[in-house]
Design a protein around this ligand. Sequence first.
Ligand code: ZN
Length: 292
Amino acid sequence: MLTKAYPISEIAGQTYEIDEFDCASCFLLIGQDKAMLIDTGVGIGDLAGAVRQLTDKPLITVITHGHVDHVGNAWQFDACYLNEKDWGQTGRKPDPRGDVTQRRRYADMIAHRQQGDHPRYPYDPQVDIREWERQPNWLPLCDGDRFDLGGGRVITAHACPGHTPGQIALLDASTRILFVGDAVNGNIMFMSKPGQPGFTSVEKAHEALKALRDLGDHYDHIYNGHHDYRPFGQPLREDVLPDAIALCQQLISGEFTPTYEKNPMVGWPDQLAVHKGITRIAYTLEGIHEPE
Ligand SMILES: [Zn+2]
């Protein structure tokens, strides 16, 4: 039996944050006719079963971007929406980053970071983090896509390239929440270089972050896909998005001294980074400007 013992917080009416044991946060939005699951975590336990304990409505599964800690349990759902620019990072084209060893290693790293040498979570990595038994039907997710959950609850997709080329934010106008995946948080990583798969320049990411800011009339709160940058069940601090925009601007204008520092992800290599308030952006010098 896979675990379903996820901590769950009701963050607004018919809106739940499902904590995948500190690894990632998934969100469940329930409308009158349909429900939407945003992200599937690194793939611990029976996420589909936990969702079914909260709603029996037809489910739309949307994944904010193709990283392994967001697509991990996609196999448990019949169909998943994901921007095509991130399809190469999922199991659709098998990718070593999606394999079970790497997912167990990621969960182990988070568990030790959060709870030290003897983490106590209600799951067994050898049982609850498993190989995909099948592929979901992958459906393209595009900027401007609208999902009508019924009763006036409509969710709109907004492209926000940066963290990945296909990163999507989801605006729920009815609760005035913007779900951003990893597009905005306290540790934004722009680590790829021109020519590498997944490359997006800081210049391009800066434009996308400003576009999220300009949607500000439509939302009051931002929820990102990991609650280690905010308390569980609570929104991201309001200064994070403007500070991230200011840091991008600083990198683009060259007003910074490149400084290597320890990576907050334990065991990962040192990074160049800039800071403002509680926000950090890790970057590469080659990745700041759009290639000629
Ligand atoms: Zn990510």
